[in-house]
Design a protein. Structure first.
Lengths: 485, 256
């Protein structure tokens, strides 16, 4: 028995393989958070007055929250105090490249992507995936714009959308996640630097998966992304978000906000593979990932589907949610969250049923290894108006070794007697008999663990677009051991 | 030449000595049966040969093709050609049966310096073996052993053995829980694999399986030691007289 425990321990102690630092001159504002900093960020980005006002309102609200309650404390997480005045809130690569020409992108940046296995040039050739690459805070390369523009699809950086489509920004920004929503969302609203913007016009089925690779690079630079996706009536879009980050000694705060809006008969599929630097074996360093993601099914028969594979970050605080407002609208949440070494994750979803015959599905797979602590937290709320609402929740935990933890906090609130709710939960351990069986057939212990974990996550991986599913399996492999066959 | 040489093998589980000095030589191409009462150490012997780490070897030597088997990890032993058909095959949820077996086959092929097989090359081989074992095609994409009947699980073990083509196949009570038809199919699968360079170690509690698999030698394991060895006729004798007689004979032999 002892040697199979050793094997698992060996796997759990696998190093982060994608840690490296790119040497690039940076343009950053001084550390600290106040109205002048927010004005400076807004001015650097050349924003219209309404954006500055919006940011300042958020900042004032954040200061109130900070004074009165501080950070949210209900999550099952241990977080070292964060000094918000010791963070630089804006950084951009100094050489500002042309967005329409890859040749003008800093070759150092391109090499970084290549190390991560996502060469832009190759992706462009492969086609089918448009990439809006965010390096630190400013978009450095955007591809396939022409093809998308033909169909009227807008896919650009948030900054560009503020300049070119202020009417859409004014109408929808903060309509799902208000500036005052929560501590981290308010912080993001005040200081966010960039992100992605997508608008899919009426009746258009977006011809390719839209993809953004994020990457934190500057030491001590908080990264505050803001993404807004609007699917107009009868449209469809699939959006992929993926990221890796280099090794850093100090914790890096990452507080993103993502808002999705689906109008009548529209569908949005949002997939994430998250692999921020998780910290070392003792839990030093690593990203704090405090994200607010929410979608609103505003129109009838609309559908929003979240799929996430969370393998990175020292701390993950993340609840991609759906507000099911339109009648017959559908919300889905498929999640794999892996915590290894000293990683902590408190993640789940909220499904708020408002419209009639609204349906939601939640499938959560938590994997804990090392000293990892993995918490599922989910809320399903059926309002009085939501006649005929249905929810199905399945949440499973897998433990590897005996020093990790899995926790489940489902909250269910039903105010309409016609609602139908199903909840299934399980906790299991990788058994010595499973490992021995696979090894007896010739697989190494690493491959055996990887195979068992991948099998456990299958129902979620199935929801990912094909090329992302392959990447997700790889990430899971890297996070736990060597590679997956 | 000897494919497997077991010399004075001692092994413990949780500090209890189960094998107390087993000696056995199996030549290439031979079928040996190990019989014995419950708790005599038959499954322990199988597990030790497959290098299960919960079993501690406390003494003795085992050579596989001249190599020290006891130095090997389970996957090394498997790659060197040891296959164990499990008494209780394990379920692996979410992993397709065919995908799993191809991964295993490729791990072994890689070890031998052979090219890995892609799905296109693998599936015809796989399907052919499934047909011989009268297995339903549907099982191909089902998760490994999940929701399989007892008989389907045992046939799946033989299917894996047929695809992996081991040098030494150990069948641990493969007959337990099988009806006569399933037993016949499993035995056919084994018989079809007999060859001059493959050996079998058939572990069974009952003589029944040996009606279908022609064995060259029968050994009786009692309390962690082989107390009698003989030809196929020994199995029939045990069927008549029970293990008690073998034990008594052994005692008599010892005290004589």
């Amino acid at each position: 028995m002892s040697s199979s425990v050793d094997t698992i321990r060996g796997l759990a102690e696998q190093d982060y393989k994608w840690g490296f630092i790119t040497d690039i001159a940076e343009d950053r504002v001084p550390k600290g958070l106040n109205e002048d900093i927010v004005r400076l960020i807004s001015a650097r980005k050349g924003e219209p007055e309404f954006m500055l006002e919006w940011r300042l309102n958020a900042l004032r609200h954040w200061f109130t929250m900070k004074r009165e309650e501080g950070e949210p404390k209900w999550a099952n997480l241990t977080i070292a105090p964060i000094d918000y005045q010791n963070i630089s809130y804006y950084s951009a690569p100094k050489k500002k490249p042309q967005l329409d020409n890859l040749d003008q992108v800093d070759p150092e940046i391109l090499r970084t992507y290549e190390k991560l296995g996502i060469p832009l040039l190759e992706q462009q050739r492969l086609a089918g995936v448009a990439v809006d690459a965010v390096f630190d805070s400013v978009s450095v390369a955007t591809t396939f714009k022409g093809k998308l523009a033909e169909m009227g699809v807008i896919f650009c950086s948030f900054s560009e959308a503020v300049q070119k489509h202020p009417e859409l920004i004014k109408k929808y920004l903060g309509s799902v996640v208000p500036q005052t929503d929560n501590f981290y969302a308010a912080l993001n609203a005040a200081v966010f630097t960039d992100g992605s913007f997508v608008y899919v016009p009426k009746g258009v089925r977006c011809p390719m998966e839209l993809s953004t690779y994020f990457r934190i690079n500057a030491a001590e630079t908080g990264q505050f992304e803001r993404t807004l996706i609007i699917a107009d009536e009868g449209s469809y879009v699939s959006y992929l978000e993926g990221c890796t980050a280099p090794i850093r000694d100090e914790n890096q705060l990452h507080a993103a906000v993502v808002e999705l809006i689906a109008l009548d008969n529209a569908q949005i599929k949002y997939s994430t593979v998250q692999n921020w630097y998780p910290g070392d074996k003792e839990g030093r360093g690593g990203i704090y990932n405090f994200v607010t993601k929410r979608g609103k099914c505003l129109g009838v028969n609309s559908k929003i589907s979240w799929t996430q594979v969370e393998t990175g970050s020292a701390i993950t605080w993340k609840y991609p949610s759906c507000i099911l407002q339109g009648d017959n609208s559908v919300g889905e949440f498929y999640s794999v969250a892996l915590t290894n070494n000293r990683q902590q994750a408190d993640t789940g979803t909220k499904m708020i049923h408002i419209g009639k015959n609204t349906r939601s599905t939640i499938v959560s797979k938590g994997i804990s290894a090392g000293y990892g602590q993995n918490t599922y937290r989910g809320q399903v709320k059926i309002l009085k108006s939501a006649t005929g609402a249905r929810n199905y929740t399945q949440c499973d935990s897998l433990l590897i070794g005996d020093r990790c933890g899995a926790h489940t906090f489902p909250y269910i609130e039903v105010r309409n007697a016609t609602a139908r709710m199903e909840h299934e939960a399980s906790t299991s351990k990788i058994g010595e008999n499973q490992l021995f069986y696979l090894r007896q057939r010739g697989l190494t212990a690493e491959d055996a663990v990887s195979m068992i974990v991948n099998g456990f996550c299958k129902t979620v991986f199935k929801e990912l677009p094909m090329e992302f599913a392959v990447e997700a399996q790889k990430l899971l492999g890297v996070s736990l051991e060597g590679s997956v066959g | 030449m000897a494919l497997l040489e077991i010399q004075d093998l001692h092994a413990s589980v949780d500090g209890h000595e189960i094998l107390k000095g087993v000696n056995l030589t199996v030549n290439a191409g031979e079928v040996h049966s190990i019989m014995g009462p419950n708790g005599s150490g038959k499954s322990t012997l199988a597990a030790v040969l497959a290098r299960r780490e919960t079993y501690e070897v406390t003494g003795g030597r085992v050579l596989l093709d001249g190599k020290d088997l006891l130095e090997m990890k389970p996957e090394d032993a498997a790659r060197e050609g040891v296959f164990l058909a499990f008494q209780y095959p394990v379920e692996i949820p979410g992993i397709g049966n065919a995908y799993f077996l191809r991964s295993a086959l490729n791990a072994i092929r890689k070890h031998r310096g052979e090219d890995e097989l892609d799905a296109m090359d693998f599936l015809p081989v796989y399907k052919e073996h499934m047909k011989l074992l009268e297995m339903d095609d549907k099982l191909m994409n089902r998760s490994v052993n999940e929701g399989f009947s007892g008989g389907e699980k045992k046939r799946n073990e033989i299917l894996q053995m047929a695809v992996l083509q081991p040098k030494l196949a150990i069948l641990d009570e493969t007959d337990s829980g099988l009806d006569i038809d399933a037993l016949r199919i499993v035995a056919q699968g084994v018989n079809a694999m007999r060859s001059p360079d493959r050996s079998f170690l058939v572990i069974t509690h009952y003589q029944r399986l040996l009606d279908y698999i022609a064995t060259d030698f029968v050994h009786v394991l009692v309390d962690g030691k082989i107390v009698r060895s003989g030809g196929p006729e020994l199995a029939l004798e045990l069927e008549d007289k029970g293990y008690g007689s073998a034990e008594a004979d052994a005692q008599a032999a010892l005290s004589a």
